[in-house]
Design a protein around this ligand. Sequence first.
Ligand code: PMP
Length: 452
Amino acid sequence: MSRAEADTGGHLFYQSRNPRPFLDRGEGIYLYDESGKRYIDGCSGAMVSNIGHSNPRVLAKMKAQMDRATFGYRLHFRTHPSEDLAAKTVSLCPEGLDRVFFVSGGSEAVESAVKLARQYALTQGLGSRYKVISRFPSYHGCTFGALDLTGYDPLREPFAPMMEGMPKITAPMTYLDRDNLTEEARGLKYAELLRDRIEEEGPENVLAFLMEPIGGASTGALVAPDSYYTRIREICDEYGVLLIFDEVMSGAGRTGKFLASEHFGVVPDIVVLSKGFGAGYAPLGAIVAPSRLVEPVLDAGGFLHGFTYAGNPLACAAGLAVLEELEEQGLIENAARMGDLLKAKLTGLMDRYPFIGHVRGKGLLLAFELVSDRETMRPLPRELNAYNRLVEIAYELGLIIYSRRTRGGYEGDHFLVCPPLIVTEAQVDEIIGLLDTALARFATELSPAMSE
Ligand code: PMP
């Protein structure tokens, strides 16, 4: 089959038909298709390519590992890349999170965290604890276990009868609230939903609470008031519920700290990493947990869990090289600095485009939301498909951003602007310039549609 034929449908399929051009190569924050058109990777793929594309030092370290061994099964050998990556990861995490278990992606990591929590509970004689409370909206993955924990109806509903139906509480989308409470009081109000739910489910049945400390695709970079995090931690401690932070998107430096949870001074019981952890150089994920959870499980016969490709030396060599880049280039600090700049410039666009209702996020995990009315945060009509349309306009202009329309309960079109952590000030301006043009074009389509 020729490449042109493949454009209209080859043998491969993903979620839907894929009319996108063939990727030729990547370089820093840029991607090029086969026609030579250049795109700014304004969302790092799916918030993955944190250190940019084709980093020569990472490629050289991967090549060196490839020349030695690309695979060694972990039951047969230990490998230096996996041991070294585990040590480096622990050195970047808050004290106490000192044990690492590798996987190949985010969904695998989420399920691994829950299974570790469950096995730990069994060692403590707490076999009745199996329920994992999560939030709505949220995204934790597409395998059955991770999907059951995901609060996003369009993805869940077709499969709902095949899942347990784990309990959900509402995520603290305080920017939509029109009450007279302070942000701190709102944070506490939403945190108390966890206590209510634990009581309702029966504390003796609740194993863990799972949340994204800064939201990803589901809520569009939602940051809760500080009080939320501290109270959530207190409630989990009070009820003996393990706190699992899904930092698949927010981790590995994207928010200006290695873990987003560091912004709030809260240490979870288990952290889940992927995306930026392999940064697109290898399929890689990990859970990081304290020895106090891991040792009892190992003592009781071992963790009954493990994927074939887990901890393979090539993926781990890539992951280690990625973390070394973060450190050596000061990319986490750059994410904080460039994130502030980009956020200020996104906020500046609100002066010109009244349909931008809200800008949020931390570091380079940033999003803006489009609305019909900024005062009430009334969403744009669903039929407008704004989340698709603006992305398409930007793509034509050579800027790739990521969008979602959250549905079920709450509706809204939000757009993630999350370039690689290597982004420079000039490139932030380039992103904002293209986004401005895209928004102006979108506005000309929007006004007739809104007056209909
Ligand atoms: N958790 C979060 C917060 C995510 O953003 C994602 C992916 N978008 C996942 C889990 C699942 O990761 P993967 O697609 O690698 O399985």
